[in-house]
Design a protein around this ligand. Structure first.
Ligand code: NAD
Length: 262
């Protein structure tokens, strides 16, 4: 139960972040969403998830652009809310761009490193003082299997995700004697808008249907031939927030249908 805790989930107007936000609200946490696009719909979904579980929680949205440190500082102050702190920080916002290194636009490299990695440094450094004062906190970094292994054409993404696994370990070590833990979640393929773009590109490149393209994508990497779901990942995030995980520190836990077992 996370009643009374405040959770901030970056990049939570869609996909995995929205799934984690709903699950934390179902545990009774107040939730601050972040991300682009329509925020009304996602906020309503999170409120409904909480209500279904019998919780009346505060659900708010802050539209900070995670590539901008001033926006992030503003979001952190907003998210701290009446309790004066973010208790659960989920660094989830992320983007992807697929191209070989020689063709990789430098501006896309910079954006991926800023959003997928540097933003987590800023949110973490700003969240830690109040977590230390409360001697409780949970920092969950949504990395990827690409934080553990590489794939071609994903130089910036793989570099950022390996980086966030490293940041996870350092954060875990620097907080090791406190009630604050930091861990990473490393999903394989999850069928969100981020991956649908890659399915569409595969379908166009091979002249095959959407369904066939999904099978090709899974077949290349994921032995289970199944997408991991945001709900499954959210279950792991809830576990990391539980007291059973008090001494789980600095892990990079893959949920990848066997991808990295190969
Ligand atoms: P998604 O595209 O569905 O959602 C991304 C979210 O991030 C959206 O809410 C979007 O508005 C937000 N966002 C993007 N740029 C932003 C910015 N500059 N500032 C603030 N918010 C921004 O993607 P997803 O698949 O749910 O991905 C979420 C995380 O999971 C990412 O870090 C991604 O790398 C990681 N991940 C995804 C998969 C997958 O297969 N989908 C696998 C492994 C890891």
């Amino acid at each position: 139960m996370l009643t009374g805790k405040t959770a901030l989930v970056t990049g939570s107007t869609s996909g995995i972040g929205l799934g984690i936000a709903k699950a934390l609200a179902q545990q009774g946490a107040h939730v601050v969403l972040n991300g682009f696009g329509d925020a009304q719909g996602p906020c309503a979904e999170v409120r409904a998830a909480a209500a279904q579980a019998g919780h009346d929680v505060r659900v708010e949205h802050h539209g900070a652009d995670m590539s901008r440190s001033a926006d992030i500082a503003d979001m952190m102050a907003f998210a701290a809310g009446p309790n004066g702190r973010v208790d659960i920080l989920v660094n989830n916002a992320g983007i992807q761009h697929v191209a070989s290194i020689e063709d990789f636009p430098a501006e896309r490299w910079d954006a991926i490193i800023a959003i997928n990695l540097t933003s987590a440094f800023h949110t973490t450094r700003l969240a830690l003082p109040a977590m230390r004062a409360a001697n409780w906190g949970r920092i969950i970094n949504v990395a990827s299997v690409h934080g553990l292994v590489a794939s071609v054409q994903k130089s910036a993404y793989v570099a950022a995700k390996h980086g966030i696994v490293g940041l996870t370990k350092v954060t875990a070590l620097e907080t090791a004697t406190t009630g604050i833990t930091c861990n990473a979640i490393c999903p394989g393929w999850v069928l969100t808008p981020l991956v649908q773009k890659q399915v569409d590109a595969k379908a166009a490149a091979l002249g095959i249907s959407n369904e066939e393209a999904k099978k090709v994508l899974l077949g290349e990497k994921e032995p289970s031939m199944q997408f991991t779901t945001p709900e499954e990942l959210a279950g792991l995030a809830v576990f990391f927030c539980s007291s059973a995980a008090n001494n789980v520190r600095g892990v990079a836990w893959n949920m990848d249908g066997g991808w990295t077992a190969q």
